[in-house]
Design a protein around this ligand. Structure first.
Ligand SMILES: *Cc1c(COP(=O)(O)O)cnc(C)c1O
Length: 362
């Protein structure tokens, strides 16, 4: 079986974890601080804060941005459900703008249509889906014009760049996930990046029970901390990230070249000034054949998946909330198929995958 994702662990990661276990300091300590410093440096932001996962990173970023009950937060219907759930955790109201079907990301024009119409939108959560950065010039302009904060859900986009600036360095916050299937991983884990000093102070308080001193708690907070075990793993993964990205890009190039002549598959695009880190290599086929194609590939031993097969606006409990009109997201969710693009694929694997795809009888 060729899997859709595969963690890339070497002896270096194993030694780093064992060192922490031997140190007797397992909770949030020196390794967490070192991981934060290195991550801030990598993303060219002033601060990074380790948290327990990508979902808590989003939740706390909204809270620290001042989002409260009944505020409106705009986001994409085509993402992992954690993106919009984080808005509900704050008792705020999620609004959805439609996506651009070519980039899979939020369409700035659709976002502006809603910003014009709706009062009281306080923030936008952008998602750099599959590792492809959003149109940040357009969104930075909108943020300024309509006075809304930007949070970049960069869970799939660690290392991605827009005009030579890293994903997670544009908004008031960038949020990251180090879940086991992500481009760099710590099993479970997350990070918040920001260059706003008071925002970061608020985040540090909220993830640690609102603590402001020894045995002193000034506000209601949570336990969203990371352990030194995870941080030690993360430090090594971060040191290998450029190697991971290069391998993913080479795999994507192979597909680009070897699938180009198939007229029934649309390949993903990338644009000048966008550094795509290929968390997923996502193709589109006609809705009528999508599920048959997924089944065929899995039966042949190649794990592919329709990510995401249901837009968030079509999920039962969101559907019950409101009637959100995002036809592109609904259509695209019936067409997408993610092919394996991870770092452990061999040349043989890639050739085998292409050969099997070419053998699909529509
Ligand atoms: C993985 C992911 C999350 C959630 O991260 P967890 O670490 O699993 O909580 C949020 N948004 C997107 C786009 C993701 O891919």
């Amino acid at each position: 079986m060729i899997y859709l994702s595969c963690p890339d662990i070497t002896d270096k990661e194993k030694r780093a974890v064992l060192e922490v276990l031997d140190s007797g300091m397992l909770a949030s300590g020196p390794k967490v601080r070192e991981f934060e410093e290195r991550f801030a440096e990598y993303t060219d932001t002033s601060h990074a804060v380790c948290v327990s996962n990508g979902t808590t990173a989003l939740h706390v970023s909204l809270l620290a941005s001042g989002i409260k009950r009944d505020d409106k937060v705009l986001t994409t219907p085509f993402s992992f459900i954690a993106t919009s759930n984080s808005i509900l955790f704050c008792n705020a109201q999620p609004l959805f703008a439609d996506i651009n079907p070519i980039t899979f990301n939020l369409d700035p024009n659709k976002v502006e249509d809603i910003l014009k119409k709706e009062q009281n939108i306080k923030a936008i959560i952008l998602v750099h889906l599959y590792g492809f950065p959003c149109e940040m010039d357009a969104f930075s302009y909108l943020a300024e014009k309509y006075n809304v904060k930007i949070i970049e859900d960069s869970a799939q986009a660690v290392g991605a760049e827009y005009n030579n600036r890293k994903a997670g360095s544009f908004g008031i916050a960038g949020t990251f996930s180090f879940y086991a299937t992500k481009n760099m991983m710590t099993g479970e884990g997350g990070m918040i990046t920001s260059s706003d000093e008071s925002f970061v102070q608020k985040v540090r308080s909220l993830i640690n029970h609102g603590r402001s001193g020894r045995f002193l708690h000034s506000e209601l907070g949570y336990n969203f901390r990371m352990t030194d075990i995870q941080a030690a793993l993360g430090i090594v993964q971060l040191s290998r990230l450029e190697e991971f990205i290069t391998k993913r890009q080479q795999n994507a190039d192979f597909y680009d070249k070897n699938l180009a002549d198939l007229d029934w598959i649309k390949l993903p695009v990338t644009y000048l000034g966008h550094k795509h880190v290929y968390h997923q290599y996502t193709v589109r086929v006609k809705s009528e054949i999508r599920d048959a194609f997924v089944k065929y590939m899995n039966d042949k031993g190649v794990n592919v998946a329709p990510i995401y097969p249901i837009s968030i606006t079509q999920q039962p409990f969101y559907k019950a909330m409101d009637s959100f009109d995002c036809p592109q997201a609904v259509k695209i969710s019936s067409q997408v198929v993610c092919l394996p693009v991870h770092t452990k694929l061999s040349q043989d694997d890639l050739e085998k995958i292409v050969k099997i795809i070419k053998g699909f009888k529509k």
